[in-house]
Write a protein that binds this ligand. Structure first.
Ligand code: TRP
Length: 331
């Protein structure tokens, strides 16, 4: 039997960070052999909030592709493609939009958070409707599984709802997708903020140098009650310990005991964290740097991936047109 499909992706709005890595990128790398994997670089979706700055997109697409390949996405088995260049996606969005009530979009929690973040009072049609466009990204590939971060759950819920509605109204040609959340659904910021994010200016990027990682970890917020290294620490309220839980799992009991017993200071504890992070990031960083010198290879991968994706999506649109009785010239 043919493999099941994965469709997932990101907006190209800058380099990927650790939150992306543990939230979904690791899952994609792990699953790419078991699933027929398609990864969308959602440039149109990026434009729903960044329509005033289209000039950065080309470089952002290049950078995100380096992040994917650096992290271990293998372009020989996974298909990486660019959203705007797949016409069938835009056609499908229009059809799916016919059956989505505006109020459902207005109540989407992720839309609300993002609208507030960007200060949108009067939301543009394209922004409000991007979860419909995202549904066509998924449906065009008849994907079963969507590895994403926690903030995407409302969108996948909407996709499931649209698919059920479409299939019962017309013909069951679409597949109801499921979200797959990574090991860490939401990585908190080292500054104590609710999440790591570029816009909150607290991100450790996959491309950061060893020194940058050390510097960022050095600035992390720890237990405020701890003044001297010999004071007993409270790991359960410490951001650095949160990170050790994820990135230094094996050493965790020792770190807890040393912190609580005032046997390790915050500086040494942070150094342990930056070396764990640097050990993990080093292979990603060096592969990325090596590929960065070969833009021709990157653009070839994107060109071929986009052509392959466009053919698959076109086939689905034909099924959809048939289901909707608008395939006028076919028998
Ligand atoms: N909304 C996703 C993000 O902000 C990007 C995205 C676009 C996506 N289309 C998708 C994710 C389809 C999963 C499936 O990063």
């Amino acid at each position: 039997m043919a493999k099941k499909r994965i469709l997932t992706g990101d907006r190209p709005t800058g380099k990927l960070h650790l939150g992306h890595y543990v939230g979904s990128l690791q899952n994609r790398v792990k699953l790419q052999r078991d699933y027929d994997t398609f990864i969308i670089i959602a440039d149109v979706q990026a434009l729903t909030t960044h329509f005033e700055h289209p000039g950065n997109l080309k470089n952002d697409i290049f950078q995100i592709t380096l992040d994917y390949l650096g992290a271990g996405i293998d372009p020989n088995i996974s298909t990486i493609f660019i959203q705007s260049l797949v016409p069938a996606l835009h056609e499908l969005s229009m059809y799916l939009g016919l059956i989505v009530p505006v109020n459902v979009l207005r109540h989407n929690p992720t839309i609300k958070v993002e609208a507030a973040q960007h200060g949108f009072k009067d939301m543009n049609y394209g922004f409000l409707g991007y979860p419909v466009s995202q549904t066509s990204d998924i449906c065009a590939f008849k994907a079963h599984l969507v590895p994403v971060g926690e903030d995407q759950i409302p969108h996948i819920e909407l996709s499931r709802r649209i698919v059920r509605r479409f299939n019962s109204l017309y013909k069951p040609v679409l597949v109801e997708p499921e979200a797959l959340i990574g090991k860490v659904p939401r990585l908190t910021g080292l500054d104590g903020k609710a999440k790591m994010s570029k816009s909150l200016d607290n991100a450790i990027f996959l491309a950061d140098s060893e020194k940058e990682v050390q510097q960022k970890v050095r600035n992390a917020v720890t237990d405020p009650a701890r003044i001297r290294a010999t004071d007993p620490g409270h790991p359960d309220i410490c951001c650095v310990f949160e990170y050790h839980k994820i990135f230094s799992e094996d050493e965790l009991p020792v770190i807890r005991e040393e912190c609580e017993g005032g046997k390790i200071g915050c500086v040494a504890c942070k150094n342990k964290l930056s070396s764990a992070l640097n050990t993990m990031l080093e292979p990603i960083r060096s592969k990325r740097a090596q590929l960065e010198t070969r833009p021709d290879i990157i653009w070839d991968i994107l060109h071929d991936g986009t052509a392959k994706a466009a053919a698959v999506a076109q086939q689905t649109v034909e099924d959809v047109r048939e289901a909707m009785c608008i395939n006028y010239f076919q028998q």
